[in-house]
Write a protein that binds this ligand. Structure first.
Ligand code: MN
Length: 168
């Protein structure tokens, strides 16, 4: 009789502690999901300038001014979205703040870029950046000026080029 009571008590305590653990792990999971999906900056305005394929958005964070010879912006690429091929006369730095995307220089294999990656793009190197076919990517872009020019826009990245980049 005593043993049965002990077993019942033990089962009761284990049941409570299991509930507490489950509750804690649910809370942590909820917190993690919240942290992982909270955008650093607003999405901004949809880009309709013809230099992007798919759904891309720009939130300008800082315009060029008397001290800073660059424009700072947060660019959001929905899955499948990417820039045209282009160059920057004084280069560009990308800081990925969310998700996973692609960066490719002409004649080279595309590379996967993900949150916290910093990409230092040299001047006059033809390249493109964007999401992957299945994942969104957000990056901050620091784009330097030469005079009033910070980019020279070229041809769109074709579906064939984009598909090949996604297979690497
Ligand atoms: Mn660029």
């Amino acid at each position: 009789m005593k043993t049965i009571f002990k077993i019942m008590l033990l089962a009761f305590i284990m049941g409570i502690s299991f509930s507490i653990t489950a509750c804690n792990s649910n809370n942590n999971q909820e917190k993690m999901i919240t942290e992982n999906t909270t955008a650093l900056f607003p999405k901004g305005e949809k880009l309709t300038n013809g230099y992007f394929t798919g759904d891309a958005y720009l939130q300008t964070l800082l315009a060029k001014d008397k001290n800073n010879n660059f424009v700072l912006g947060s660019v959001t690429f929905e899955p499948g979205a990417r820039t045209n091929w282009h160059t920057h006369p004084k280069g560009q730095v990308l800081i990925v703040t969310e998700g996973e995307g692609l960066y490719q220089e002409k004649g080279k294999t595309a590379q996967v870029i993900k949150k916290s990656d910093v990409i230092n793009i040299p001047e006059n190197v033809e390249h493109w950046h964007g999401a992957t076919a299945s994942t969104k990517m957000v990056h901050i872009a620091i784009t330097n000026y030469e005079g009033e020019t910070n980019a020279v826009w070229l041809n769109p990245v074709t579906d064939e080029e984009f598909n090949a980049a996604n297979k690497n």
